[in-house]
Design a protein. Structure first.
Ligand SMILES: [Zn+2]
Ligand SMILES: [Zn+2]
Length: 239
């Protein structure tokens, strides 16, 4: 098990760890820290949810008031507890899932950091219709000339201060993350960190970032994006 797999499992079930995850935690201090923070967060969440409703003076006064206002007060209190738990949950998930890649000084490092914010994205297997993909691109001002297939995750995400389209592509069993930054050309770069390899290339008027556990499918996927965005399938792979 590598760090990314560990973080995925931790985010999915913070209190139940597989043998492989326990083994990884035993020799990876970064992941052991993340596990520890996750346990503290779980404890805090439990204690927030366990706050008893006080039956004191305020309640005795309320008994004299109408049933309606009492019901209102109770539901407002529940709403507040849910809200607080939700905020803590959000903060905790970011803390658990965040891998430190140093500063987000480049599109590459910002994309790497973004990966861990949506660990669930990689687990989806249901295909998104090509028309839905084309529509989201069109809303970003990019009109696809060929359909993009095999996409299982599709959302707009802010990455590197840009409005990007965050996708996951299934190639065989492997999930490949693709982030397209419209109207922002960052040129070519290849990068690798913590068991993730990546590249980015100018495509159309923007930049395509690809990230996965290995880069075997990158050429093919880059060519399909080039065909879809530039309409130059015959030249795919020559850049
Ligand atoms: Zn680790
Ligand atoms: Zn995203």
């Amino acid at each position: 098990m590598n760090c990314l797999e560990f973080r995925r499992e931790l985010a999915a079930s913070p209190q139940v760890m597989s043998a492989a995850a326990r083994e990884h935690r035993g020799h990876c201090s970064t992941c052991a820290d993340a596990w520890h923070r996750a346990q503290l967060f779980e404890q805090r969440l439990q204690s927030v949810l366990a706050v008893p409703v006080p039956m004191g003076l305020a309640d005795r006064i309320l008994l004299r008031q109408t049933t309606d206002s009492r019901v209102h007060r109770q539901s407002a209190r529940q709403t507040w507890i849910r809200l607080a738990a939700g905020l803590m949950m959000t903060a905790g998930m970011v803390g658990v899932g965040y891998l430190t890649f140093g500063t987000s000084a480049s599109l590459a490092s910002a994309s790497m950091a973004h990966l861990s914010h949506e660990p669930f994205a990689l687990n989806r297997t249901e295909l998104i219709p090509a028309a839905t993909v084309s529509q989201l691109f069109a809303e970003s001002g990019v009109y696809l000339k060929a359909p993009l297939q095999s996409i299982t995750y599709l959302t707009r995400c802010p990455v590197y201060g840009q409005k990007t389209i965050h996708m996951v592509i299934r190639d065989g069993g492997q999930p490949i993350t693709a982030i397209y930054v419209p109207n922002n050309q960052q040129g070519s770069a290849d990068f690798a960190e913590r068991q993730i390899v990546g590249r980015h290339r100018n495509i159309g008027h923007g930049t395509l970032v690809l990230m996965a556990e290995h880069g075997d499918a990158f050429d093919r996927i880059e060519a399909s994006f080039r065909a879809a965005i530039e309409g130059s399938s015959s030249l795919a792979g020559m850049y």
